[in-house]
Design a protein. Structure first.
Length: 413
């Protein structure tokens, strides 16, 4: 049965078990925000938490707060909270650095575990930073290490005795396609290959069970579905069985076994702590923790049911209301195969996105022609979907996108 009236949508929102979470976020009036897969909304609790850190912990207690406010253990404490969302043990995740740097660490770890193997394998069209880190390592090795990219459907077949690491994104950043983590990890392990999973579009959005899949390493960012704020710290997962086998290539002082002994020689800390590097950013970590504390109030099955329903509704309404305007789904139409986003390709995708943003519906664009809409079930409503599709239809009917101002590329798309 088609959902074709605003009243139908209103009933969905009235019956939504997660509807109360929307009030825990700052959402500007009149704005439909469907870009939580790029930058999550501000939790209302975050400004007060940051004010406390700034005025009391930093302003009053100053350096004493490394002990009195437990700043020194913030990366482990916040990492343990992320672990609850990704199927990991508390001592397998640390909040630290950026996703790019953590990819570099994980790739080096896999090389150490893989002996003489030399190929770093990923798919064409993976998120660029993952591939760039592979290419950088190849350059650093003087050509000993090889970066190899294959089509996505050929990844498993490309695994061989030369593969040192397989690096894949669990939910693809453009298409939203979600991979079978357990099955692919098993295929890789059967070939003796450790796997790194990029969870940037998974953590907090879809169920993840790293230990259930016997994963080796994983990375992800804190500013998307975890609502940690722009540039929030990233996280790194290292399975317990690997931690003591790896000598950190980025052997910073906080990864030392006894950082305040100030030894000249590096000795790696035990366990996950060895993957720390430099001094953590306490303000960013505090903001991320505030976002996680909201996220952890919800049950992941409920989040997943709602995000799937939001995506299904968006696809259905786009077909009904905008089917004649040349939009082609660029994501799986089956929710079981899709993360918490919907994507469409269109030859005028960039200009169309700018036109709907100008009318208060925020998604984003990914080259060459992808309009991307992310659904954060904690704060997105079914009415957001209705308004977004009606705005897209109005922009297309009026050809509002065909304005030279909307064709000019901004620095960030």
């Amino acid at each position: 049965m088609s959902l074709c009236t605003r009243e139908d949508i209103a009933k969905l929102d009235a019956d939504d078990p997660l509807k109360g979470f929307r009030n825990q976020f700052e959402l500007p009036p009149g704005l439909v925000y469907l870009d939580g897969n790029s930058l999550g909304c501000l939790p209302k609790s975050t400004p007060d938490r940051l004010a406390t850190v700034i005025r009391e912990e930093w302003g009053r207690d100053l350096i004493r707060s490394w002990n009195t406010a437990d700043w020194i253990n913030a990366p482990r404490r916040v990492g343990a909270k992320i672990a609850r969302l990704i199927g990991a043990a508390a001592d397998e995740v640390v909040t630290v650095d950026s996703t790019s740097i953590n990819v570099f660490k994980a790739l080096n770890a896999c090389l150490q575990l893989s002996g003489d193997r030399k190929v770093l394998l990923s798919e064409r069209g993976n998120f660029p930073t993952d591939v760039y880190m592979m290419q950088g390592l190849s350059m650093l090795s003087g050509g000993r290490i090889e970066t190899r990219l294959v089509d996505g459907e050929d990844v498993v077949a490309a695994l061989d005795e030369d593969t040192a690491a397989l690096l894949l994104t669990h939910v693809h950043y453009k298409t939203g396609r979600m991979r079978d983590m357990a099955a692919i990890t098993k295929h890789a392990h059967d070939k003796g290959v450790p796997v790194i999973w990029d969870l940037s579009h998974s953590a907090g959005a879809v169920p993840v069970n790293l230990n259930g899949a016997n994963a080796d390493f994983a990375v992800g960012c804190g500013y998307k579905y975890l609502n940690g704020g722009p540039g929030a710290p990233a996280f790194l997962f290292a399975a317990t069985r690997h931690q003591e086998k790896v000598f950190p290539i980025l052997s910073g002082w906080l990864g030392h076994a006894a950082p305040f002994e100030f030894d000249d020689a590096y000795r790696p800390a035990a366990g996950i702590d060895r993957f720390q590097c430099g001094t953590p950013g306490i303000l960013g970590t505090a903001a991320l923790e505030a976002g996680l504390d909201v996220m952890l109030q919800a049950e992941m099955p409920a989040l997943r049911r709602k995000s799937s329903a939001l995506g299904d509704l968006f696809l259905r309404l786009m077909d009904e209301r905008c089917g004649e305007f040349g939009f082609t789904p660029a994501c799986p139409e089956d929710a079981e195969e899709r993360g918490s986003q919907v994507s469409f390709s269109h030859e005028h995708g960039y200009a169309i996105m700018q036109a709907i943003i100008a009318r208060g519906v925020i998604g984003d664009f990914r080259a060459p022609d992808i309009l991307r809409f992310g659904f954060a079930p904690l704060y997105n409503s079914y009415d957001d979907v209705w308004q977004a599709v009606e705005t897209i239809r109005a922009v297309m009917v009026e050809r509002a996108w065909d304005d030279p101002a909307f064709a000019r590329r901004a620095a960030v798309t």
